[in-house]
Write a protein that binds this ligand. Structure first.
Ligand SMILES: [Zn+2]
Length: 203
């Protein structure tokens, strides 16, 4: 019988005599792998799972964090786009739009962060794998960048229009936010699709 190991952190499945030294998906150590034997296609639980409806499936797989995360993930790239348009067309309305988008993005960070911690406890038992540490640090970085840019822009509404190094720095702050949400989304995808893959393999 072939041996199948499952990463307890992200659900990644590995076939072989022994678990890998590190999970290729979430980098958890070999000790985080559990032996699941052969992936049983005729396992009673698998047959039962197939019969359950969509609602039941949703109740089990609904991830509040994945829903909240779309707000900062969408608002920050849009804010950057409006800032670019403001620079290209020298239009104040675009710059104002970018500011309001960042403001709503900032409001979306606390529920995203809290739901992330909640899902981390619920779905991953608060496992202290590097991927979660990175996500928490990136979220903290995003919060600092967003707050700094918003307070700055609120105190000096002409920061972009005045040009020079302050305008450049303000713009870089927003580019750095884009880097944060991109990486946060990437790691989130790694966690979600790692689990999806193992769920599909179970069926
Ligand atoms: Zn893993």
């Amino acid at each position: 019988m072939k041996k199948v190991w499952r990463c307890k952190v992200c659900g990644y499945l590995h076939e072989g005599e022994a678990p890998p030294e590190f999970c290729p998906v979430c980098h958890a150590a070999a000790s985080q792998f559990e032996l699941v034997e052969e992936v049983a296609s005729q396992h009673p639980a698998a047959a039962e799972a197939a019969e359950r409806g969509l609602l039941q499936e949703m109740r089990e797989t609904f991830v509040p964090h994945a829903v909240f995360a779309h707000f900062p993930n969408a608002l920050i790239p849009t804010a950057l786009l409006f800032l670019l348009l403001a620079l290209i067309f020298s239009l104040e309305s675009f710059e104002q739009s970018a500011f309001y988008l960042l403001l709503v993005g900032l409001l979306a960070v606390p529920p995203t962060f809290v739901s992330g911690l909640f899902d981390w406890q619920k779905k991953f038992a608060g496992e202290k794998a590097p991927i979660f540490v990175k996500k928490i640090l990136l979220a903290a970085g995003l919060l600092v960048l967003l707050s700094t840019a918003i307070i700055w822009r609120w105190l000096d509404p002409q920061v972009l229009a005045d040009g020079g190094w302050p305008a450049g720095l303000y713009f870089i702050l927003v580019v750095a936010m884009l880097a944060c949400v991109t990486l946060l989304g990437h790691y989130g995808g790694v966690l979600v699709f790692g689990r999806l893959r193992s769920k599909i393999a179970e069926k």
